[in-house]
Design a protein around this ligand. Structure first.
Ligand SMILES: [Zn+2]
Length: 61
């Protein structure tokens, strides 16, 4: 499962193996994938912290 992908920064094509986060030629970081990874990290953190948040709300609310 690999396809050619064009870098939006230097316009060179490279093989996208699925876990490519930056251009192998110019080092440009692809914003969409990074943003989605950040969102997943935030959601996971929120889920892990949710009991603590509820506890704090109980204490201060
Ligand atoms: Zn590039």
């Amino acid at each position: 499962m690999s396809s050619l992908r064009e870098c939006p920064s230097c316009a060179l094509e490279f093989e996208d193996t699925g876990d490519v986060t930056e251009c192998p030629y110019c080092g440009y970081e692809f914003p969409q994938r990074t943003a989605s990874v950040r969102w997943v990290a935030w959601l996971l953190a929120l889920l892990l912290l949710w009991p603590a948040i509820k506890g704090l709300m109980y204490l201060f609310g």
